[in-house]
Design a protein around this ligand. Structure first.
Ligand SMILES: C[S@@+](CC[C@H](N)C(=O)[O-])C[C@H]1O[C@@H](n2cnc3c(N)ncnc32)[C@H](O)[C@@H]1O
Length: 258
C-alpha cells in the first residue's frame, strides 16, 4: 500500500488513498456474480487470494463459511485486515498466493480478484496451480480480472494496451482475452463452469456511485479535487481506460477442479 510518492504509486493504492474501496475492474456487479457462482455456505473452507481492502472478504464471511483464509502480498493490507478478520477460523496470511502454507486438497472454494492481471503469464499460472493444489477435487476457483476483447485482438493492439496501462497504473498489467483466461485455467486442470463480463468502467462516475454509494462517491470526488498529485494520476488512468474502452472489459470466471 505504498503511497509515499503518489506519482509512482500503483494505481489501485492511489484510488484506495482517495477512499475507493472497490478496486476490481467489473465493480460490485461482477463481484456479486462471482460470489453467487461460488455458492458459499457454512460447510465451506474458503480462501481468498489478494483480499486487498477486504470488500469481497466481508461478502464471503457474511455467508458464514466454516473457515476463511485471506492471502495478501501487501504487508500493510494484511495487517489492516487482520485487525478486522481474526476470529473463529477466519484468518489473514501475509504472503504470496503462488506459494501458500495451506495444506494440499483441503479447501472447497478459492477466489481472487484483480490480482492475476498484475502478473506475467507464467506467474499467473503459478497462482492458478496453487489454487488447484489447495482445492479438493470438485472445489471451485473463481477469478475476476481485466479482459481484452475480442478474442481475435491483434498482438500489436494488445502490446499498446499493456504499455499504456503500465505507464498509467504503474503496474505491468497483462490482461487477457476471454479465450486466453479460459485456456489458462483449463491448462492447470480446471473445467469452466460460468463466464460473466462487464464493461471496464472502474473510473466512470456512474460506476463509482454504483460501487461506493452516493456519499462514498462524493467523498472520493472531494478527495480527488483537493489532492492535485492524485488527481493528475487518476485523470491519466481515466484517459487510458477510455482510450481502450472498446477493447478492454472485465471478466469473472468460475471453474471447477477436475
Ligand atoms: C488491485 S488490488 C485488488 C484487491 C482486491 N482483490 C479487490 O479486488 O479490491 C491487488 C491486490 O493484490 C495483491 N496481490 C498481488 N499479487 C499478489 C500475490 N501474488 N499474492 C497475494 N496477493 C497479491 C496486492 O497486494 C493487492 O492487495
Amino acid at each position: 500500500m505504498n503511497t509515499s510518492d503518489i506519482s509512482k504509486a500503483q494505481g489501485h493504492w492511489v484510488l484506495a488513498k482517495m477512499g475507493k474501496k472497490v478496486l476490481r475492474p467489473g465493480g460490485r456487479e461482477l463481484t456479486n456474480k462471482l460470489v453467487e457462482g461460488l455458492s458459499i455456505s457454512s460447510t465451506d473452507d474458503v480462501v481468498e487470494f489478494a483480499p486487498g481492502l477486504g470488500y469481497t472478504a466481508s461478502l464471503a464471511i457474511s455467508k458464514r463459511p466454516k473457515t476463511y483464509t485471506g492471502v495478501d502480498a501487501d504487508l500493510e493490507a494484511a495487517k489492516r485486515l487482520r485487525g478486522i478478520i481474526n476470529h473463529n477460523g477466519y484468518q489473514i496470511i501475509h504472503g504470496n498466493a503462488a506459494e501458500t502454507p495451506i495444506d494440499t486438497g483441503c479447501k472447497s472454494k478459492v477466489y481472487g480478484e484483480a490480482m492475476l492481471t498484475m502478473h506475467a503469464d507464467h506467474r499467473k499460472s503459478e497462482i492458478i496451480k496453487e489454487a488447484h493444489r489447495i482445492l479438493k477435487k470438485g472445489g471451485l476457483y473463481a477469478i475476476h480480472e481485466l479482459g481484452l476483447t475480442p478474442n481475435t485482438i491483434s498482438d500489436e493492439l494488445k502490446a499498446t494496451i499493456q504499455k499504456d496501462l503500465a505507464v498509467a497504473i504503474k503496474v505491468n498489467a497483462r490482461p487477457l482475452t476471454q479465450q486466453e483466461w479460459s485456456e489458462l485455467l483449463e491448462k492447470e486442470g480446471f473445467r469452466i463452469k460460468s463466464i460473466d463480463t462487464n464493461a471496464m468502467h472502474l473510473l466512470e462516475p456512474s460506476r463509482i456511485i454504483q460501487d461506493e454509494g452516493f456519499f462514498g462517491a462524493l467523498k472520493i470526488g472531494f478527495n480527488i479535487l483537493t489532492h492535485s498529485d492524485a488527481r493528475k494520476r487518476i485523470v491519466e488512468m481515466s484517459k487510458i481506460f477510455r482510450k481502450h474502452a472498446k477493447h478492454m472489459n472485465s471478466i469473472a470466471i468460475v471453474a471447477e477442479k477436475i
